[in-house]
Write a protein that binds this ligand. Sequence first.
Ligand SMILES: C[S@@+](CC[C@H](N)C(=O)[O-])C[C@H]1O[C@@H](n2cnc3c(N)ncnc32)[C@H](O)[C@@H]1O
Length: 199
Amino acid sequence: MRRERGPVGQMGRALPPRVVAAERAASARGFTKSCLPEVGRLLALAVAAKPGGVVAESGMGAGVGTAWLHSGLGPGARLFTVERDEELARRVADDYADDERVSVLIGDWRLLERHAPFDVFFCDGGGKRDDPQAVIDLLAPGGLLLLDDFTPSPEWPPRFEGEVDELRVFYLTHPDLDATEVLTSPAGSVVIGARRARR
Ligand SMILES: C[S@@+](CC[C@H](N)C(=O)[O-])C[C@H]1O[C@@H](n2cnc3c(N)ncnc32)[C@H](O)[C@@H]1O
């Protein structure tokens, strides 16, 4: 059984079996953009915090993030994941044919819209950069948004490659979100936000 070498508190903890299988599949295909276990634990935690919730993932890749989200899914919850690469998506769909809570969508991330609002949204493919406001609009009140692959920056506003990271600033300061940035590894961070309920 493979175990993580992650931060203190996670060390030695076994990875969920579907995560191990997805990591193997990613490796066999040469797919290198899967989320790390440190991010995966955060995904599972967010889903577990919304029992019975509607969960979404934009950009499933080889299914590693999907497997982490799935590991936190309660009995009445639903998971919608979308990928525009048909070959990748069909393989992941096969892996979840045994679980009616999971729907694998093939095509552009906007296919998610008809299943919104979401209680958890891991936006890791389309939407994150090309239409961030639409991403926030898909969240239910109290819904959690997770965005990974940021580079930790010690200053405000955060910078990436010498420039102000306007995208990160957009999410972190959006009036409809309570958001913060969490360090998941020395070289990577996640922006996590909760959509404010309107009065
Ligand atoms: C970072 S990878 C996803 C990794 C995966 N979420 C994980 O954690 O293992 C990004 C994926 O998003 C997909 N993608 C990019 N733009 C997309 C779009 N507009 N609609 C659907 N999928 C998209 C890419 O094909 C790629 O597989």
